[in-house]
Design a protein around this ligand. Structure first.
Ligand code: ATP
Length: 348
């Protein structure tokens, strides 16, 4: 069991606020992802859970027990970092075994536990190599095995995939998801990559400048972003955001008219819509504008326009072609639009 309660925790250095009033209960066995741009406070939050950073204000409880003053070694959290932090002079076997020796686990258990961890991350054929003789992906798997071998209550992972190439990232991501599922360990995972967050998380916490912007399942934050920050951070490409005016359910700005939006709101707003929701070449276009760029994605084509004060993308099928500068039309289905306050960015 490991339910982690973060009760209004803050971290300040002098007058600088790194994390502001973070309040969340992470359920036992949950895979929670902290997502946000560089400097938003993700790592600091994780370091406070690990005990590597003091909490300025608030309490951290694990299974109802306050752990603010516990030493990192007494917290039963295993960490995996982006830099693998392996011991260069120890082979893979000894690297994986190291935490067992440190924690004075009876020697009779070592071999079985090391072999089980090595098997989980598919490293059994590499046990006698030194870290320098491994690829980046293999090194990261040694770091994972070293966390797994401890059988901790909590995994804390800080951008563990960021040093891997795109292909390895996808396969190691699947391995991490599978491990956490199999081991039923509560996991807190830090990343700035929204695809990683969406694919791994039970719930995602989107952060900006030390402040939690939204907490929800990947579907919730994709379908109902709480504000324009979250909307512009989630999705590939991110949601289109266009400033204009709404009246009687009709949104207008230069190049865009969307009718039939179910709202009583009037005045200045930001309209959000996703490229994948648009219907290119529809008989009832809401956007009609010259194409600014075209990208062939393999399974689809992405056309980008300049509309109003923004750039917006629409996804067409893979055979769609248009010259740059050619006028292309697309429908934005009104039921799939999102409205945000033009000043605060909050969802309306
Ligand atoms: P990244 O993705 O770049 O690692 P992050 O979201 O993990 O970013 P943090 O490392 O948590 O960000 O840092 C949050 C903020 O706190 C940053 O502005 C950082 O400069 C600041 N910060 C971190 N450690 C300290 C420190 N020891 N003293 C002062 N400020 C710090």
């Amino acid at each position: 069991m490991a339910e982690i309660q973060l009760k209004n925790i803050s971290k300040r250095w002098g007058s600088f606020v790194g994390v502001d009033n973070f309040d969340l209960t992470i359920a036992d066995q949950e895979f929670l992802v902290l997502l946000g741009p560089s400097g938003c406070g993700k790592t600091t939050t994780m370091r406070m859970i690990a005990g590597l950073e003091d909490v300025t204000e608030g309490d951290i409880l694990v299974d109802g027990k306050r752990i603010n003053d516990l030493e990192p070694k007494d917290r039963d959290c295993a960490m995996v970092f982006q830099s693998y932090a392996l011991y260069p002079n120890l082979d893979v076997y000894e690297n994986i075994r190291f935490p067992l020796r440190m924690r004075k686990v009876p020697a009779s258990e070592h071999n079985e536990r090391v072999m089980r961890a090595a098997e989980m991350v598919e490293l059994k054929d590499f046990l006698h190599r030194k870290p320098a003789e491994l690829s980046g992906g293999q090194r990261q798997r040694v770091a994972l095995a070293r966390a797994v071998v401890r059988e901790p209550n909590v995994f804390l992972m800080d951008e563990p995939l960021s040093n891997l190439d795109a292909k390895l990232r996808v396969s190691t991501r699947a391995q991490i998801k599978n491990l956490s599922h199999e081991l039923k360990t509560t996991t807190v995972y830090v990343t700035h990559d929204q695809i990683e967050a969406m694919t791994l998380a039970d719930r995602v916490v989107v952060m900006s400048a030390g402040v939690v912007q939204q907490v929800g399942s990947p579907t919730e934050i994709y379908d109902n972003p709480a504000n324009t920050f979250v909307a512009s951070f989630i999705g590939s490409p991110a949601m289109n955001l266009v400033n204009g005016t709404i009246e009687n359910g009709t949104f207008t700005c230069p190049g865009v008219t969307v009718t039939g939006i179910d709202t009583k709101h009037t005045g200045k707003v930001t309209l959000g819509f996703r490229a994948e929701d648009c219907i290119v070449g529809s008989a009832a276009p809401s956007i009609s504008a010259p194409v600014y760029s075209m990208e062939l994605l393999g399974d689809a084509t992405m056309a980008t326009f300049r509309v109003g004060d923004a750039i917006a993308s629409v996804k067409a099928d893979k055979d769609f072609r248009a010259e740059i500068g050619e006028t292309v039309s697309a429908e934005i289905p009104p039921a799939l639009t999102h409205l945000f306050d033009a000043t605060t960015g909050e969802r309306i």
